[in-house]
Design a protein around this ligand. Structure first.
Ligand code: GLA
Length: 722
């Protein structure tokens, strides 16, 4: 791994990836981002020619235009007509011309103050800092690029430093921008809605823009802050692809722009329409951190590079390999209707079947009989629980299980004591009525008083009670932004609010490192890398239907690790879809994530309970393979919409999951070619005892047989034998 400057070229290169930039008259050009190149000689130089209507900085040289070059940064007003990566409202215009001044190579990963940043062990990462200055104004721009040992992912961010003596306004400050050569590309994104999160979407990129984004104050159910650009022929096992992602949980934009030369600019960052950041002289502003990943070995390799990077450099280190407890959550079992006896009956049954963690969901505090009230009143409802919370916690702990609790720190109900005391703590426009969602309002975490209050309150809760796990929910998006003392103050509120939320997340996770935090936002409404820096697990969807989960879990694991994904077996007919699937199918699908249960175990027959006990026992034997193993897709749902398959490999073991949605007639069973096996070894399937050679599993494939009928799955466990 090396970062160096050779003549005018800056190299960041390891054994996976290279980023090569060139400085010419202070302008920075991107020469290459992709496979590892240690010695570059302009083989891919752009043919310089006079392009009509592409303005030139020098009148005597019509072959050079900012519009046609592959840039390191996109600026406004000097002839580059593509989307900018930096746009600053200053004096009476937006024109900037940042030129290179100096560089530094720093050890490690720079930490962005107040925002989630990656981490690395000593000696694992190095950073190139490029310092630029505007040709006219005392305005500085620092670009940071961090390279990690053995990783196909680099990270970057930019920092603006204002020394102009005047206040300026940042209108665009992307986290990453990549100019890539002309080609036939597809763009991949993850779209959806509540209960239908992270749907894989692949489409051709034509001249024009493809854009995704969120203006919800959260990354949202319908979008994921990530964009993939793949060669049109790239498939799971071959071809090149680039991914940009950001570590940010608020308003964002990601785009692919194909210009008139059919070259592509990719960008990702805080949504420019919603960024109006006032920067006084002497102040600086840093964008969130972005990830840039490259592969030439197909989309499975891209997924694995991203997952590995997240495990090694984003997730709290203590959790990235820590096996997750099998949980039972009472939400779909009882909703708000529970008491001590009901909960302890569930706990007893859970203990009987081998479940390891009991989670008490919404409804344990204040007057929270339904979702219309009491958010903010975080006082244990002892009359509902028939005694102190510690009695229930002791009951659970006495049975050898862990105890978890649901909270929703960012929200407040109008019908609450907290609102009656502090109506001014809500995000609102004074004089206008509120906009409600799930009857609740959003607390203003841009207000330091609010952050301090909840640090103390939840700090006290976690100190006082022996809580092992927290489910941190967030059940609405932000409206009525209006708390600032001036318009420019108000326009800074969404980012400031998020900084306050991150402050609380950082404080609680650092103060209580033994607590496993799971993030939730009505399921996957904030399933992003900003949150994953603090919370190692996420409830990826409120939709617990096994069939819907196939697509949701496929989308989650496309870029994020399996170990970060909660997956529960729930009752049938399913509460969201009204669909009835076999218990085996529900178990198999949930076992391809962090297995949990979310149903009233007391309603199950003895036979069903026996089946649950078997699932739990089986999962315990395969848990390291699923949670620590490498997940590889075996089928592409674009071409096989009725079938889903993936495998997990870990050390000498392998799990193969297959699911068929609807029954088919007079059609041959699918034969799946397994991956990442040793062709010279033999593998034994554990339930049948059958032995196969690695070579036949790779080259001939394994035939998938499931019972007749709809919604059938199989989960096979192989061990390598000598
Ligand atoms: C959200 C969550 C659910 C549950 C409820 C409780 O909808 O996604 O899992 O916790 O809140 O109100």
């Amino acid at each position: 791994m090396k970062i160096c400057k050779a003549e005018n070229l800056f190299y960041l290169v390891n054994d996976q990836v290279a980023l090569i930039m060139e400085e010419k008259e202070g302008r920075l050009f991107l020469r290459h981002f992709g496979g590892p190149i240690a010695s570059y000689h302009h083989a891919n130089a752009m043919h310089e020619m006079d392009h009509a209507f592409s303005p030139n900085p020098r009148s005597e040289d019509r072959t050079f235009s900012m519009d046609t070059q592959r840039q390191v940064l996109g600026q406004v007003g000097r002839g580059d007509f593509r989307k900018p990566s930096i746009r600053i409202n200053h004096t009476n215009n937006q024109v900037t011309d940042f030129r290179y001044v100096d560089y530094q190579v720093l050890d490690g990963v720079p930490q962005v103050v107040g925002l989630p940043s990656p981490h690395a062990k000593e000696g694992q990462a190095q950073t190139l800092k490029l310092q630029l200055k505007d040709t006219v104004l005392d305005l500085y721009l620092n670009l940071y690029y961090t390279l990690y040992e053995g990783s196909a992912t680099l990270t970057c961010f930019q920092e603006v430093v204002n020394q102009t003596g005047e206040t300026i306004e940042l209108a665009t400050c992307l986290s990453a921008m990549l100019d890539l050569p002309a080609g036939a590309y597809d763009v991949i994104s993850f779209q959806g809605a509540y209960g239908r999160e992270k749907r894989f979407q692949r489409q051709a990129l034509k001249q024009g823009y493809f854009e995704i984004g969120s203006s919800r104050g959260a990354s949202g159910h319908g979008q994921t802050p990530a964009i993939i650009l793949a060669d049109r022929l790239t498939q799971d096992d071959a071809g090149q692809a680039y991914a940009l992602q950001i570590m940010y949980s608020g308003n964002f934009q990601a785009f692919a722009q194909c210009n008139q030369l059919e070259e592509v600019r990719l960008g990702i960052g805080i949504h420019p329409d919603l960024l109006h950041w006032r920067l006084a002289s002497g102040e600086s502003f840093s964008s969130p951190v972005a990830l840039m990943t490259y592969t030439f070995q197909g989309l499975n390799a891209l997924s694995q590079a991203s997952q590995t990077f997240i495990l090694d450099h984003i997730m709290p280190p203590a959790y990235s390999q820590q096996l997750r407890p099998i949980l039972i959550n009472n939400w779909e079992a009882t909703y708000f209707d529970f008491n001590f006896d009901k909960l302890t009956q569930i706990v007893d049954k859970a203990q009987e079947v081998g479940i390891e963690l009991f989670v008490l969901d919404d409804g344990w505090f204040g007057d929270r009989q339904d979702d219309q009230r009491a958010l903010g009143d975080w006082v244990v409802n002892e009359s509902k629980l028939g005694g102190p919370l510690s009695r229930l916690i002791d009951y659970v702990h006495d049975r050898g299980m862990k105890f978890g609790l649901w909270i929703e720190p960012e929200m407040i109900s109008q019908e609450s004591d907290l609102y009656r005391q502090h109506p001014d703590w809500v995000i609102q426009v004074p004089g206008r009525s509120h906009t409600y969602a799930r009857s609740q309002l959003v607390l203003d975490y841009a207000n330091p008083e609010v952050v301090a209050y909840f640090k103390e309150l939840f700090g006290d809760l976690l100190s006082r009670y022996a809580i092992d796990y927290i489910k941190w929910d967030m059940n609405r998006n932000i409206t009525d932004v209006g708390n600032g003392t001036s318009l420019s103050d108000t326009l800074m509120q969404p980012h400031r609010h998020l900084l306050g939320v991150y402050d609380l997340m950082a404080y609680l996770t650092q103060t209580f490192p033994h607590v496993l935090f799971e993030s939730c936002a009505g399921g996957g409404g904030r399933n992003d890398l900003g949150v994953m820096r603090y919370f190692p697990q996420v409830w990826v969807s409120d939709n617990t239907d096994a069939i819907e989960r196939l697509a949701i879990q496929h989308g989650h694991t496309y870029l994020y690790p399996t170990i970060a994904m909660g997956a529960h077996v729930s009752a049938v007919p399913n509460h969201q879809m009204n669909r009835t699937t076999p218990l085996k199918t529900r178990g198999d699908v949930a076992m391809t994530g962090n297995l949990g249960y979310e149903l009233d175990l007391c309603q199950l027959s003895n036979e069903e309970l026996g089946q649950v006990a078997q699932q739990v026992a089986f999962y315990k034997t395969i848990r390291p393979i699923i949670q620590r193993g490498q997940r590889t897709r075996l089928l592409d749902p674009e071409h096989f919409p009725n079938d889903w398959a993936c495998q997990f490999s870990y050390q000498d073991q392998l799990i193969v999951f297959y699911g068929r949605v609807l029954s088919t007639l007079e059609k041959s069973e699918l034969t799946l070619k397994l991956k990442n096996l040793d062709p010279h070894a033999f593998y034994q399937e554990q339930s049948s005892g059958k032995i196969y050679s690695g070579a036949e599993l790779i080259y001939a494939g394994l035939t998938m047989v499931v019972p007749r009928g709809d919604f059938q799955t199989s989960l096979q466990h192989f061990k390598k034998i000598q």
